[in-house]
Ligand binder design. Structure first.
Ligand SMILES: [Zn+2]
Length: 445
């Protein structure tokens, strides 16, 4: 224990074995040991006693659109990682699209890494992209350390990142399965979308009708079939349609290698409450009805849905026009995901340990981040210190992401992040940030 530089003490530390009073000994940026609460502090080590505030493992957000370089007026590594740190997140994985270039070749990945490195307040890793013309780039991207590959089955919203048709999906998935990689999929079926009624204007009901549950259900059905045929590992991004839960549960029972995420907006906001023209609530797939949300929570509780990640997808305020058909689709929530989910979990009688599993342990496991996602010896000393019973009202001016558009403005949420720690260093404390010390992560499995 001679190298221990820090002991973090709390009456409530969330460990894989449950919540208990403990002292966490940190050496060299790692958790050396989780000791009894009143353990002696080794000579030379600093004691930080956070009292009754809860210490949880730093959150892992595997679905973030940082858009840097290329659309940095939408977001950037400096602002996104700052917002993440303020929200208790210590690791994020950047999506391969909306930046220019998109992360579809190893050369583009190098560009992204160079841009991110000096700006990262937290640890950052990258997803690659699978687009129609880059099958030959997938293996080099995998070897260069991306955590997996994202593809769309319907138009992505940006021209430089086209969707795959079923044949192209099969070809890319076969290639990825060949080297043991992971395909993560935006699952909405283009034919079902084309058949849905398309009406522009400020009415949310019209937008919701244009992105029916059937589009998600059909795309997930075909994805399961492809994964089953190729014995490939796939992950469904941002599940919104609760109708797809039985399909996914059945595939899991059959041994299909499929995991699923949902997002704070699907689990805490409802279609019924979206005001006309309020396109800060627009995303694809869309926020659906309250009954759908209840079913998603059931899927989360029974394990059909594995994790909850933000899908933080910001843009400049001018792109959020009041017309739901033409406004940019994407919800900014990096800083608010933890309190939003905790508030709803609490209301539904679920403990904070569940939130930690959904937002830290499971996403770390999805990405193969074996040093993240739990408070136990050997893992990185990444922590969020949370006052779970304290509330705050969301003030857009206090958000750290670049464009302070949010669907959560004015909401009162439980859970104040007091401080966030990255490899044993406090990177934010009562809202004040240090200089960036985040590292760039590569897939290790
Ligand atoms: Zn996304």
């Amino acid at each position: 224990m001679s190298d221990v530089s820090l002991v973090l003490r709390s009456t409530r530390v969330i460990t894989p074995e449950g919540t208990r009073a403990a002292s966490i000994a940190v050496a060299g940026g790692r958790i050396e040991a989780v000791l009894p609460y009143d353990a002696q502090v080794p000579p030379g080590a600093r004691l930080e006693d956070v009292g009754d505030d809860v210490v949880l493992p730093g959150l892992v957000d595997t679905h973030v659109h940082v858009n840097d370089p290329g659309r940095t007026e939408w977001e950037g590594f400096w602002t996104a990682t700052r917002a993440a740190a303020a929200g208790g997140i210590t690791t994020l994985l950047d999506m391969p699209l909306n930046s220019l270039p998109p992360t579809t070749t190893a050369a583009h990945l190098r560009t992204k890494r160079e841009v991110a490195r000096p700006k990262a307040h937290i640890d950052v890793g990258f997803w690659g992209g699978a687009v129609p013309d880059n099958v030959q780039d997938l293996r080099p991207l995998h070897d260069a350390g991306v955590f997996g590959f994202k593809s769309f089955l319907s138009p992505s919203g940006v021209d430089e990142f086209p969707e795959l048709d079923q044949e192209q999906l099969g070809r890319s998935l076969a290639e990825i399965a060949g080297f043991g990689g992971l395909l993560i999929v935006h699952a909405e079926d283009p034919h079902e979308l084309a058949a849905a009624p398309q009406r522009s204007g400020p009415a949310y009901a019209d937008f919701l009708a244009s992105r029916p549950r059937g589009a998600e259900n059909a795309a997930i059905t075909s994805l399961i079939a492809q994964a089953r045929r190729l014995d490939a590992r796939v992950h469904v991004l941002h599940l919104s349609s609760s109708d797809a839960l039985p399909l996914i549960a059945e595939a899991k029972r059959d041994g299909v290698r499929i995991t699923v995420e949902s997002c704070p907006h699907f689990l805490t906001l409802t279609a019924e409450e979206v005001p006309d023209g309020a396109t800060e609530f627009k995303c694809c797939p869309p926020i659906r009805e309250a009954a759908n949300q209840d079913a998603l929570w059931q899927g989360l509780i029974d394990g059909t849905i594995d994790c909850v990640v933000s899908d933080h997808s910001p843009c400049t305020t001018d792109l959020k026009t009041p017309d739901f058909a033409s406004a940019w689709g994407g919800i900014s929530s990096l800083q608010l995901g933890l309190p939003a989910i905790w508030t709803e979990a609490r209301r539904r009688g679920r403990p904070l340990e569940d939130v930690v599993r959904w937002m830290s342990t499971a996403p770390a496991a999805l990405a193969g981040l074996t040093r993240k996602g739990a408070i136990e010896a050997g893992r990185d000393a990444d922590f969020a210190v949370l006052a779970p019973d304290e509330t705050f009202t969301v003030d857009p001016a206090r958000l750290h992401h670049r464009n302070q558009v949010t669907a959560y403005a004015g909401r009162t949420l439980y859970g104040v992040v007091r401080s966030t720690w990255l490899r044993g260093t406090r990177i934010i404390h009562d809202g004040a940030l240090t200089e960036p010390t985040g590292r760039l992560l590569e897939r290790t499995n």
